[in-house]
Write a protein that binds this ligand. Structure first.
Ligand SMILES: Cc1ncc(C[n+]2csc(CCOP(=O)(O)OP(=O)(O)O)c2C)c(N)n1
Ligand SMILES: [Mg+2]
Length: 332
């Protein structure tokens, strides 16, 4: 598949937004913003490559590392920053925080702190789409560690039997917190497990946004044809520690040489080099893209900071539904 200039520039711009957003989150966290932040840096191509192959009304389900997926799916910068700062204007009205981001308006059915939980919800969304014949697809992001949970195997099996329109996107960044994949998995190519569930599985270079996008487009087409699920194992790397609670960038359990080698494969560097090589972009345009990202983020910071805090009385609001299934905004 030949990826057009427009698509590659669009994906590069999105990846840069994710990277600049990470940088801003670190800055805000260091200066007192509360919360536990699991950054995206290094994994941008997986989030952007997959989400660029989806339509706005397709669904995604995500992990504790979910803010990149949300923004890649078209999420709102202001709503997410307000959420992080526990403001009323946050996408979860300031009560979800960085690990529980939901925004149905862009198909984001939930980032989730419970490892492995993106898969069952994605299977439910995909089953619903199939029963409604809506043509929608659900993509579940999860890590290499999550692929060892019992629910992972149950979901692969169900999706295989029911031919669900779902894409299982494994972000194999080689670590489950501090434990390397070589010590937590009996096989290193996790996509090979898909065959056990009669689901096609592919190993993808997760640092190459074009490769991820191409594989995701095929998986979406397969799902929309009614042929069922696909598993994409995207080999990637996280440039930070497991979370920002580890300022050593994981160097207590992985080597500086290993990190340096992966930094060389940075997905942004690769996409930018490809654009320049093909003569598809000029330095001035690259500079303008960067400025737009930075400006959007600054506006979001100002919006979030000036938004009202969440009052204590909101603790029971939006938690329950009434007997018609409607959310009780005033508490039930
Ligand atoms: C069910 C459950 N078990 C354990 C944890 C603690 N925990 C949080 S993140 C994490 C590691 C997840 O690793 P992986 O799936 O590879 O994702 P990554 O952080 O590398 O993106 C663990 C064990 C949890 N949140 N939920
Ligand atoms: Mg991992």
């Amino acid at each position: 598949m030949e990826i057009s200039r427009e698509i590659l520039i669009g994906m590069y711009s999105k990846m840069l937004l994710l990277r600049r957003f990470d940088e801003k989150v670190v800055e805000l966290y260091r200066s007192g913003m509360k919360g536990l932040y699991h950054l995206t840096a290094g994994g941008e191509a997986v989030a952007v490559g997959v989400c660029s192959a989806l339509s706005q009304d397709d669904y995604i389900l995500s992990t504790h590392r979910g803010k990149g997926h949300y923004l890649a799916k078209g999420g709102d910068l202001q709503a997410i920053l307000a959420e992080f700062m526990e403001k009323q204007t946050g996408c979860n009205r300031g009560k979800g925080g960085p690990m529980h981001i939901i925004d149905p308006s862009v198909g984001m059915l939930g980032a989730n702190g419970i490892v492995g939980s993106s898969l069952p919800i994605a299977c439910g969304a995909a089953l619903s789409a199939k029963l409604r014949r809506s043509g929608q697809v659900a993509a579940a992001f999860f890590g290499d560690g999550a692929a060892n949970s019992g629910v992972w195997h149950e979901c692969m099996n169900l999706a295989g039997i029911w031919k669900l329109p779902v894409i299982f996107v494994c972000e194999n960044n080689f670590y489950q917190e501090s434990v390397p994949v070589s010590r937590h998995s009996s096989i290193q190519d996790l996509y090979a497990r898909a065959a056990g569930y009669n689901i096609p599985g592919y190993g993808i270079d997760g640092m190459d946004v074009s490769a991820v996008y191409e594989a995701a487009v095929e998986a979406v087409q397969r799902a929309k044809r009614g042929d069922g699920a696909t598993m994409l194992e995207c080999k990637t790397y996280r440039f930070h520690g497991h979370s920002e609670a580890d300022p050593t960038k994981g160097l207590r359990y992985r080597s500086g040489e290993e990190l340096a080698a992966w930094l060389e494969k940075c997905p942004l560097k690769q996409a930018k080099a490809r654009l320049l090589e093909r003569g598809w972009i000029a330095d001035a345009e690259l500079e303008a893209i960067d400025q737009r990202c930075t400006q959007g983020i600054e506006e979001a910071v100002n919006f979030a900071k000036s938004s009202p805090d969440v009052p204590a009385e909101w603790a029971l609001k939006d938690v329950f539904t009434d007997d018609q299934g409607e959310i009780c905004h005033e508490g039930c």
